[in-house]
Write a protein that binds this ligand. Sequence first.
Ligand SMILES: [Fe+2]
Ligand SMILES: [Fe+2]
Length: 448
Amino acid sequence: MDSIIGWLPAPFGGQAVNGSSTRLNAYIRACVILGGLLLVVYQPFPLNTQHLPGLAVLGLLIFVSEYLAVPLPRGGGSVSVSSPLIYTAIIVYGIREATWLACVASISISELSARLPLTAFLFNRAAITISTVAGGIAYELSNGQPGSLDLRHGFGPLFVCALTYTAINGGLVLLAMMIQKGKSVTSLWVTNFRWSLPSLLAVTPLAGIMAFVLIRSGPMSIALFFLPLLAARHSFGRYVELRKVFIQTIKALVQTLDAKDPYTRGHSERVAYWASTIARKLNLPEQDIELLEYIGLLHDVGKIGISDAVLKKPGIYTKQEYSEMKAHPVLGAEIISGITLLGKGATWVKYHHERHDGTGFPEGLKGDDIPLGARIIAVADAFDAMTSDRPYKNAMSLEQAREELKRCSGSQFDPRIVQVMLTCTEGLQQCEDKTDAVPKTSHQYTEI
Ligand SMILES: [Fe+2]
Ligand SMILES: [Fe+2]
């Protein structure tokens, strides 16, 4: 399992904690008080000097694991492989030694070099203390005996310990991230932790074997087991690297389009925002919500293949120009179909100009034949087109745009999605007064 310090939210991983967040500060304070009380309850004296060599080796390995921690996606902290070492300490030495070991040995270089604010340092120490105590109590309650490990029956309590530690560890950090970022726990869980959980649980049995070897053969022998942990760390690193490349690819594509067509600058971000907001309201799976965010950014990427003369033309298109513009969804789908991580997103790009009544393009698909993601993008896209200024039209007011969505519900748009969009925009404040703005065209509010 990864260590508690491995699951640190962004503010605790290097940025200053935002002092304006009183809820976050109250939460951190509560964690620090609880962690402090637990340390007092499990105070380290009198020291058992016989345990010192083993604790020193485990401590060194935990420190190195934290040094090699892998940063999580979207600035969500980092993940390390030090938790099996903490379980080993719980099994061999019991809750008291394990708690102090985890609390002290997991102090990272950035904490030591004072690059982290004191609040972050204290939260990190408190979080690891609480999780280790919880894991230790769970181990003992499930009949785990500190100081002895029966390899036939000892793995049950070990897994109870690992699951408890992980749940408390992840829960403490997710709650902090939720308060700070205002995102749902599920969304944060999917983005930051779900991918690492199976691998982290898979290395848990190593803790049992390390404990067995430590009890039988002494502290130095467990250093050998650090190699499999390093291998696990390497695989986390590869995953995170792959994800980074993926996000950079998306950004590069969006920037290319922005450079070519300045009028769409900001449009892609807003479509991504509205599409993911609608998807969340529809309770779609988190993977689809995240994919809609990416596809919202990329839905018009096919415009890269449209000539400047057509793309930047302020007036009305000729028939030929219009058919050239209409090629962008298919071009876009072709461009992103090469990015395997975007999966079904290519079809959403391809069909984002289809209409509910079957009069859209490129294939004239109708109703539910249009993929759900494409129907969502269509509404988000049209709403932003309606509420933005363009060379050929002024922006509508928010209320006008909402009325227009209602008017086109069932013809251009899926009525269910329009309903959700109306709920999402209810009570939204108009940024500026655009009540005089009258759209010059009204038959199709889609950015094409
Ligand atoms: Fe668009
Ligand atoms: Fe488009």
